[in-house]
Design a protein around this ligand. Structure first.
Ligand code: NDP
Ligand code: MG
Length: 381
């Protein structure tokens, strides 16, 4: 079997490092071609020495010399800057790009990869939130497959395997509810970044952990699901499931529901996105029903966690609304992490920017870029 050439954008992050574990476990299957980081030169250098990719990219150009010097005696190409990400994804030897970088920065290299006809293993949900219509249209035109990595969307995808000709009636995205499940506005007012960064079931990067605490993550996932599976807002339901064992569910037209279950471990969806349609043997711990005699489900509180409602509103409105919401959220989360605003200000800023950013119904790529810029400016004020 020909090895699959893999590029990992964001190899030093939570998804990126777990993807490297998957790559390491199947040397006959994968050929790691490219790894990239934004500023963590030390870890990027260590990974490059260990995995010997064809090329590395460091986003922060000031760290180029450090990486270049450290890899001087290795047979590895070193590049720097955001533009280099768009070039390395086009390499002939790269078959699939795992987008494990965070935020809007994923959009341009993902589009470049699609234009080059490559497959995408998509962790970077913000790309589909910002420009889902454009990205999925280009992927169809270029015959490039988008395989979900997000655990909920991987679950839906796994439930759909063998069912692609059967229409979906609706899907249920499960949500853990995060560290503040059941809390009301009064208690949320004073929570600190430290508290919000403690997720009960998953260990992830800082931005998505805050998004999970504020329910923005589930909102982004609702929009992500629309574009991945071609659904309408009313076909997507969110259900809170604190144990994070049922990763999501699909209901078909005959009323039958399929669920995908397992212990929470991102390595499984990462691996499935890279090996679909095959399932490779793993030694991950197995789920034991008797350890979880009660799996529970409750409604999501869209009133307290406004972000989830805003995401549905963005989905209904279409055009550039979700792009504006995403940009506002990237800024407000950063401000919260820097302790410049309170937890409830995240949704407050998001809503304000959502309402105030000029709206474009049928956006071009340039319209998304401009909307992102304006929304960031409004959010920072
Ligand atoms: P992390 O913050 O842990 O890692 C982000 C990675 O992207 C790092 O390698 C970082 O480099 C790099 N990076 C950051 N900013 C930029 C930029 N502007 N340009 C290029 N590269 C950049 O994030 P996660 O791994 O948690 O998340 C990655 C994506 O996957 C997100 O979109 C997230 O929503 C999604 N996701 C994550 C899950 C998880 O379990 N973590 C689950 C489902 C989805 P450096 O280390 O140098 O900063
Ligand atoms: Mg998820």
């Amino acid at each position: 079997m020909q090895k699959k050439g893999v590029a990992i954008l964001g190899s030093t992050g939570s998804i990126g490092t777990q993807a490297l574990e998957v790559i390491r476990a199947y040397p006959d299957r994968f050929d790691l071609q490219v790894i990239t980081a934004q500023s963590n030169a030390r870890l990027l250098i260590e990974q490059a020495k260990q995995f010997q990719p064809n090329a590395v990219v460091i986003g922060d150009e000031e760290k180029y010399q450090e990486v270049k010097d450290a890899l001087f005696s290795e047979d590895i190409h070193v590049y720097a800057g955001a533009q280099a990400l768009c070039q390395v994804v086009e390499f002939h030897e790269v078959h699939v790009i795992l987008t494990a970088l965070v935020g809007y920065a994923g959009l341009k290299p993902t589009l470049a990869a699609i234009e080059a006809g490559k497959d995408i293993a998509l962790a970077n949900k913000e790309t589909l939130v910002v420009a889902g219509e454009l990205v999925t249209e280009r992927a169809r035109a270029k015959g490039s497959n988008i395989y979900p990595v997000d655990s909920e969307h991987s679950a839906i995808f796994q439930c759909l395997t063998g069912e692609f000709h059967n229409p979906i009636e609706k899907i249920y995205l499960t949500a853990s509810g995060g560290p503040f499940r059941g809390w009301k506005a009064n208690a949320l007012k004073n929570v600190t970044p430290m508290q919000a960064l403690k997720h009960p079931n998953w260990s992830m990067g800082a931005k998505i952990t805050i998004d999970s605490a504020s329910m923005m993550n589930k909102g982004l996932e609702v929009i992500e699901a629309k574009w991945l599976f071609g659904l309408k807002a009313e076909q997507i339901d969110v259900i809170v499931h604190p144990q994070s064992i049922v990763h999501s569910l699909v209901q078909f037209q005959d009323g039958s529901i399929k669920a995908q279950m397992g212990l929470p471990d991102m390595k499984l969806p990462i691996q499935f996105a890279l090996t679909y349609p095959d399932r490779l043997k793993t030694d991950f711990p197995r789920f034991n029903f008797l350890d979880y005699p009660q799996l529970t489900f409750e409604p999501a509180d869209k009133e307290t966690f406004r972000n989830l409602q805003l995401a549905y509103d963005a989905l209904e409105a279409g055009g550039t609304k979700a792009c504006a919401l995403n940009a506002a959220n990237e800024v407000s989360v950063q401000l919260f992490l820097e302790e410049k605003i309170g937890f409830l200000d995240i949704a407050r800023i998001n809503e304000k920017v959502f309402l105030e950013t000029p709206f474009i119904t049928n956006p071009t790529y340039e319209d998304y870029v401009e909307t992102d810029r304006i929304a960031r400016e409004l959010a920072g004020l």
